[in-house]
Design a protein around this ligand. Sequence first.
Ligand SMILES: Cc1ncc(COP(=O)(O)OP(=O)(O)O)c(N)n1
Ligand SMILES: Cc1ncsc1CCOP(=O)(O)O
Ligand SMILES: [Mg+2]
Length: 211
Amino acid sequence: MSPSNQSHRGVYAITPDEADTARLIERVSVVLDAGITWLQYRNKSAAPALRRKQALRLLALCRGRGVPLIINDDWRLAADIDADGAHLGENDGDIMAAREAMGDVALIGASCYDSEERARRAVGLGASYVAFGAFFPSPTKPDARRASTGLLASAAELEVPRVAIGGITPDNARMLVDAGADLVAVISGIFDAHDPAAAVRAYRDCFAPVD
Ligand SMILES: Cc1ncc(COP(=O)(O)OP(=O)(O)O)c(N)n1
Ligand SMILES: Cc1ncsc1CCOP(=O)(O)O
Ligand SMILES: [Mg+2]
């Protein structure tokens, strides 16, 4: 099965800025082993050459584990290395151009912040999932716009996976899943955890039915 055909529910881990590529691979390996659904490569401080190198290393790692790799911000890099998808925010270019370059099965994600209207437009342009948030104060992005959980239910009619992001911890994730999130996107709650693998398992538990 190609990575893109797998389930669209669970933990969507996003990499922290990590300049040391060997360390990045080590940290991500542990997280992949714990069972995530998607991985996003996000590095806001690396120069283009390092981002390309890290993206290629992560792609090889993810291919070996059957986990789709989505590249943040840069659909051209994603298309160039044949990654599984790209994630685009409001300043990251054109969803239609990304879809055209990456083909029908690519995972093209759109940041929709607190706007259902933006999500509807993104799906119309070819987005395969929509992301809302920040739902809680984010240690990684303290100035992120905030969103309310009601959006997760109303966006169900768009019939694409709904991703929640922003300050999500194992303690508040179930509330978002109950509100309609298909995936929880997490940076610090996983990568800053004392035990990242245990953190992934704790997020996964939030998707299990309560006894
Ligand atoms: C899954 C997911 N959702 C939202 C974002 C944020 O994208 P953006 O607004 O472009 O901000 P940066 O991540 O580029 O700082 C995301 N990356 N992933
Ligand atoms: C990229 C982004 N967009 C909104 S919040 C956020 C950062 C999420 O990181 P964390 O899980 O550490 O809050
Ligand atoms: Mg962006």
